[in-house]
Design a protein around this ligand. Sequence first.
Ligand SMILES: Nc1ncnc2c1ncn2[C@@H]1O[C@H](COP(=O)(O)OP(=O)(O)OP(=O)(O)O)[C@@H](O)[C@H]1O
Length: 811
Amino acid sequence: MRYDSDLSYEVPTLGNWWDVIRQYRDRSNFPVTDTVSVGPECSYTGPHVNLTLSQVTEIGKAAFNRTSVDGFGSLTCNQFFHVDENSFYHVLFSNTVTFLEGTEQRKFTDMCSGNFPVEVTKDQPVSVLWARAPMEADDQCSVLLHGSLYKGPPNGNEKVDSLVGNLLGKIAEEVTNQDGRGWTSSDGNGFSVSSLCTSQFEMRSTGPPLYVDINGSFSFNAIGLNGRRYILPYIWDQNIRNCALKLSEACTTNLVILKQPSSYMRVGVGVNRSDGLQPYLPNQQCKWKIDIPKAKFLSFNVHYFSIAPDSDDLLQVCPSDSSDHDGCTVISTATKDLFTKFKLMGSEAYVKFVSGDSVSFESRGWELKYTAGLCSGNEDIYNSYGLIGYDTSNGMSYVRGLNCRWLLHGKPGTGVSLTFTRINISKDLDFIAIFSSTSREIVNFTGSYNGSNLPQVNLTGKVTIMFNTQTEEGDGWSANYYLSSPGKPSNRALLFVLVFVLVAMAVSFSIGVVVLALLQRRRGRKRNLTPLDPNESFVLVGSDFLREENRIGQGHSAVVYRAVLADGRSVAVKSLKDTESRMEPEEEILLKSSSHPNIVSLLGSSRDELPGRSMVFELMGRGSLSYNLRKKGETLSWEQRLEIALQISSAIQMLHMYMKPPVFHGNITSDNILLDEFCNAKLGGFGSARYCNAVEITDGEEDTSETAEDMWSFGILLLELLAGEPLLNRNDYRNFGSLKEMNEIMGDQEFVDQRLGLPSDDCKIVALTKFGDIAKWCVSGILRVDDENPKIGDVVSGLQQVKQLFHSASR
Ligand SMILES: Nc1ncnc2c1ncn2[C@@H]1O[C@H](COP(=O)(O)OP(=O)(O)OP(=O)(O)O)[C@@H](O)[C@H]1O
């Protein structure tokens, strides 16, 4: 039986666990033979018992079945674990964890990775003493403390804190329940009990260990599925549907100032008074000040609240320390549902708690978590490169309600690249969205991305990244950005003058346009087009560009002409032969992806002004790749070809991975790759493009037969780059019986462009061989039925390595 929050049975709490044991002992008249040792801080008076493993299981069973009676003896704890902001410790004696001695310990400390192997051997009883500080520090490296070396509580040592998380996380992994957290205990006879709480180490630890093994070598309070014994700091309390808490002395009259971006405040315990443990004391007045100078807001979450409805005890959260309690949020039993989560704007808050003359038996205490929202609104970025993000490992706190924007001010038309180094955000609830200069959303990311799946986004001009959260579950994200040419911060006065001038210009321009339009109508010579960017307005000069001498290309569906805009810019006008048969998504897809530096930009379109339907593109001065490969004379160098491959792979990555839904290009050929004056490659020919029917998601990438088709075409393109000529019989490459067959052709040196020949440097040859391997991998993908289909993310990484290898040779 695993934990299920809908089940109504009681799972023992840490508090009632002991109580239940006590009760069970008396009623069942268990044989009493020895002493129960409960650790140095507590002493036990009552009948002596000798608890064996199976007896403890029996006790657990009794706890589970609620078959218990009173009168086991009494546990007196003179000295609880000391709890304040600086000191805290918890002791684990176990035969389940191997202690690392001397050099191993140092090695481990040096590693400081926060994730280390703990060898678990049953036959090697060891004593491990571990301890923790009160703060959350999951990611930090841990230190093991040997019992004999241990000189007292670690006083704020966060590394030690982390050890707890690591050790018990490891243990919990072994005995985890199906929720992926906690543990399951079973005696093999159908009895089992589980807890969600084992990994909640951000909370403070438990009271003393409850059992000591018959040999006195270790203590434990739970038995795992594997029979191993564990100390579990928290146990699920079915009554409060939360983890049972430990007695706390944190409520003092002092003003405790909290500076961490996220932490807890608590008073009282989650255990029943009848076991001799006390909740909070009467007549307490406690105050905490939360002071996070950079916080835009503070978000509160009442984790646990148990204060008797009619008591005088009062918990409130206030924006200031004033005595009139203006703007305070009062949390009480009656209102707690309304206020389990609330937000306070600003960087400061005061949490105040008072208890009355007597503390009701029903009052167990409360726990309140706060998290600081450290970003909100816009942040303008004008540096050429740097790191941006919202990452908990940099001390940010993951909090719901974030709405933050980073504006990367690239100059119009210049490259802006973003390479994500981490994305771990709550799937489908929290988002990172990227907008182009025209405020169109280009892509958005949600969930987790790792390794080669971490996206790289290349855009132009001003780019906005927006981060929105509705949850508190995530580690955040970070990205390296690079602006090839950053814009300048705006000056308000200048802006005002500029706006004035622009308005004046716009008025005269509009008049000009009207006059021009009239003239055009009269002369039938100039054409207005609908610009995609509303800030842009352009007019084509002359309608006679639709003439043979201006023709720069022709495809199966269109003729392409060179034309000139009124502002002097040259453009390519694609005049569609059959307007009706065109796929509608083409323009929309182009519109969304035009900001990618390797996708040819659509500048405008016309349905009425020009004969038939036309689309206006940026002019790609060197024409198609196929033309450039075929052309006599100087040919494209290996370096240029590698760069072209990489640029086009980046464009495909945008279509397959970052567009939602993914886009199938459907016609990736060397005719549809266009080169500008500087030999930058852009993908065009979107006439067959459409949104994919996604069937499956593998590693964050949608896997469809359509994207596999694009990958095949890209593989052919890579082969063409190697061979130096368009492959006339492309489809022969579809019918390879096997990879071997393809290898035979590819292994033939004749295949490589004879005009360039193989480079002399070994590294370069290896790089080109790898390039060929990637091509083969892409082409062979279409033959495969397994999961090994090439994915564009992996292909991009592979090509990046090829480029690095090729260039490292020339250094
Ligand atoms: N923006 C441009 N700049 C320069 N030349 C271009 C441009 N767009 C297209 N061309 C030339 O025109 C040729 C045909 O263009 P395109 O491939 O877009 O037409 P198509 O095949 O009829 O259309 P589609 O592939 O969208 O159905 C290209 O091979 C190229 O030589």
